[in-house]
Design a protein around this ligand. Structure first.
Ligand SMILES: [Zn+2]
Length: 69
C-alpha cells in the first residue's frame, strides 16, 4: 500500500566511521585526516593560533575529587 513510508537509509551516503572535516564538514580524506584537505588543516591551525577555539578546561576533575570526600 504505502510504499513511500520508511525507506531504507541506503539512499543516504554511507556513514562509515569516517570523521567529517571539522572545518567544512566534508568527508575527511585519508591523507589529511581528520581534515578533508590541506587547506582545511591550515584553517584549523590558524584558528588555534588566533585563539578563537574555545578550549574546554578540565576543571571538572578537581571538582569531582572534592565531591568524593
Ligand atoms: Zn574541509
Amino acid at each position: 500500500m504505502a510504499d513511500e513510508t520508511e525507506k531504507p537509509s541506503a539512499t543516504v551516503a554511507p556513514l562509515r566511521k569516517a570523521v567529517p572535516c571539522p572545518i567544512c564538514r566534508r568527508p575527511s580524506s585519508r591523507e589529511h585526516y581528520p581534515f578533508c584537505s590541506n587547506r582545511c588543516r591550515d584553517v584549523d591551525l590558524n584558528r588555534w593560533l588566533s585563539g578563537s577555539y574555545a578550549i574546554p578546561v578540565a576543571d571538572d576533575e578537581t571538582k569531582a575529587d572534592e565531591d568524593d570526600r
